[in-house]
Design a protein around this ligand. Structure first.
Ligand code: TXA
Ligand code: MG
Length: 346
């Protein structure tokens, strides 16, 4: 699944990045839309291709063994411990940005998000790019606010033929399936470590390494909290309205929507009646996360009026999945309510 790419393809991708072009590449979480992190024009092309606001920071991806002090300054010992424990892997750390690193990568903030991915193709690319000493700025390779891609085909579906995108490296389906855990390590003295985005690496796993459980951000009371687009209420959303409901409620909703002649797409893990279109996912957080975005995309393309998702359990292991589902459903609560209650005009 994570086959290495041949050297000539990797070299072509690395040269394209060095020339200021964009390259999409697989990571173990989701596919990234990469550019040279030290080339502000190349970084600007990412924002343009995604349709993303310029003040949203992007993550800088580095090769294993990269010099953290090149990218960040005032690095706390706990951050080095986390890098040692979880890199290469699905953890992003927010650190104070080193003076020489362009502010374009952090949307003008004085921090930088850094991660060393574990996908072999990502590592190949990072090692070939600038002799392994460069950084590749890469948000998820989707249009702003849309579902992140977990296959090369998803990336092609998002961007079609875009002259800014030199090539899409194919590394099979991303194993984790949801974006990296983000922990803010830039304000330890005043705030301690803060979990900005839950993911495969859990708060408990972080605590086991640094002896302190990261806090959840309180963005309402703390206007100085780093901005993160993954922390926007409406994000990771398909075009079709999405509702997340517990199993019993969902069964009742399903009957009412069917009675009203609505086409329902279903993402579930319990045995449920058949519908217009459905995907049954494994009832484990890892299995669910792995297949979730592909399922959302498939159901989005099914021509359904609504996508119903069976709400996963609320416990900590499901935090990352529940977070993404809540955001995918956020923008459509009113629409779904209308469909369920058969409001005229819908
Ligand atoms: O798994 C991932 O993290 C994927 C793959 C491609 O590595 N990338 C990803 O990037 O999810 P993106 O841009 O879709 O989400 C990155 C998140 C955003 O919410 C961004 O605002 C936040 O990281 N971020 C990046 N740098 C930051 C910084 N300096 N301060 C605060 N948040 C930052
Ligand atoms: Mg994203």
């Amino acid at each position: 699944m994570t086959d290495l790419q041949d050297k000539s393809t990797i070299d072509a991708a690395a040269r394209a990045l060095e020339a200021g072009r964009l390259v999409a590449f697989p990571t173990e979480t989701v596919y990234g839309l990469g550019a040279d992190a030290e080339n502000p024009e190349a970084v600007a092309a990412i924002y343009a291709a995604k349709g993303r606001p310029q003040d949203h920071p992007v993550i800088v991806h580095v090769a294993p063994g990269a010099d953290l002090d090149y990218w960040a300054c005032e690095i706390p010992a706990q951050a080095r411990q986390l890098a040692e424990a979880f890199w290469p892997g699905p953890l992003t750390m927010i650190l104070k940005r080193a003076p020489g690193i362009p502010s374009a990568v952090s949307g003008g903030q004085d921090t930088v998000g850094i991660r060393c991915p574990s996908h072999p193709v990502a590592i190949q690319l990072l090692q070939a790019f600038k002799g392994g000493r460069g950084g590749v700025a890469a948000p998820s390779a989707n249009k702003f606010g849309h579902v992140s891609p977990t296959t090369a085909q998803h990336v092609r579906d998002e961007f079609g033929i875009d002259p800014r995108l030199a090539l899409v490296l194919d590394g099979g389906q991303s194993e984790v399936g949801i974006e990296s855990t983000i922990v803010d390590m830039s304000r330890l003295a005043t705030h301690g470590p803060v979990l900005l985005r839950p993911g495969h690496i859990s708060a408990d796993a972080i605590e086991a390494v640094i002896g302190e459980l990261p806090a959840r951000p309180d963005t309402h009371r703390d206007p100085t909290a780093p901005r993160a687009s993954g922390t926007l209420e409406s994000h990771y959303a398909p075009h079709t309205p999405v509702a997340m409901q517990d199993t019993a409620t969902l069964q009742a909703t399903l009957s009412r929507l069917h009675a009203a002649g609505r086409k329902v797409a279903l993402i579930h893990y319990s045995a449920l009646p058949s519908t217009h279109a459905q995907v049954e996912l494994p009832a484990t957080p890892e299995g669910f996360a792995y297949a979730l975005y592909a399922a959302l995309r498939a159901m989005d393309g099914s021509g359904a009026d609504v996508i119903l998702v069976e709400a996963p359990p609320q416990d900590g292991a499901w935090l990352g999945v529940n977070d993404r589902l809540r955001r995918a459903a956020h923008g459509s609560t009113g629409i779904v309510h209308g469909l369920i209650n058969n409001t005229p005009g819908l």
